[in-house]
Every structure is written in C-alpha cells, then in structure tokens.
Design a protein around this ligand. Structure first.
Ligand code: SF4
Length: 137
C-alpha cells in the first residue's frame, strides 16, 4: 500500500467514530444526567434519553433538537459523562464531534461572539446566586 492510499481524511475518521458511537450507545442517558453543565444550560429540564438521541442525530448530520443543541453548546469537556457511560462510547468526544458536524450542516452556529457570550453566561452561573443571576444575566 502506497503512502497516498494510507491517507484518511478527518471527515472519514469522524464518520467511522460516529458509526461506532451510534452502534455502541444504549441510549441510557447517563452521560446527560452526569453532566455538570446541564443545570446551567437551556437543556436543564430535558429528557436525558431524548437529548442523547438528539446528539446522535446531530452527529449523523441531522438537526438534533433544542435540548441536544443546548447541551452540545454548553459542553466544557469535563469528562464526567465518560465516567458515567456504561458502554465505552466516549460521550465527551461524541459531543465534540456532534458540535463539529452541526457547525458544518448549519444545525449549530459557527463559533462567533454570540456563542462566546452564551458560554460566558454558563460559566458565570456556576459562581452566582439565583438572585445575582436574575440581576446580571
Ligand atoms: S452514557 Fe454512554 S451509553 Fe448511555 S446514553 Fe450516554 S453515550 Fe450512550
């Protein structure tokens, strides 16, 4: 096999990982339930299984749903999801790849100043009382 034949595109690697994740995931929702960012995001009241199904849809090139998009946007890669996953899916990577795919398809906005502000608000909520959040955010 020549060097040229061994070249694999990043998109092909992502597709392979997406297929592996889709097959391995048992849709239990444990990753969503373990995520410390969810309570501070617009996905806080969402059904865990529905949010995971939405992320897998984003990963496959679909539009996902509101909860999956909010969860994906709020991810800060803590890795709590990976510790909770019983199936070795690597949900931290799943969210990262879903974000990448979603920004390509237009399901998620490309990173810009508005995205940065939403992230800043999520971080700010971590250290603020409910009264401070109501006053400042
Ligand atoms: S914890 Fe793992 S198996 Fe369960 S929904 Fe999340 S990625 Fe899928």
């Amino acid at each position: 096999m020549g060097a040229r034949e061994r070249v694999v595109s990043l998109a092909a690697l992502r597709e392979g990982e997406a297929a592996r994740m889709d097959a391995a995931c048992i849709r239990c929702g444990a990753c969503f339930a373990a995520c410390p960012m969810v309570p501070f995001s617009a996905a806080k009241d969402a059904d865990p299984v529905g949010a995971v199904v939405g992320v897998l849809d984003l990963l496959a090139g679909g539009a996902g749903d509101e909860a999956s998009r909010a969860w994906t946007a709020a991810c800060t890669r803590t890795g709590s999801c990976n510790e909770a996953c019983p199936a070795g899916v690597d949900p931290r990577l799943m969210l990262r790849l879903a974000k990448w795919r979603g920004s390509e398809t237009g399901a998620l906005p490309k990173r810009d100043a508005r995205d940065a502000m939403a992230r800043a608000k999520v971080f700010a909520r971590l250290g603020m009382s409910e009264e401070e959040q109501a006053r400042w955010l």
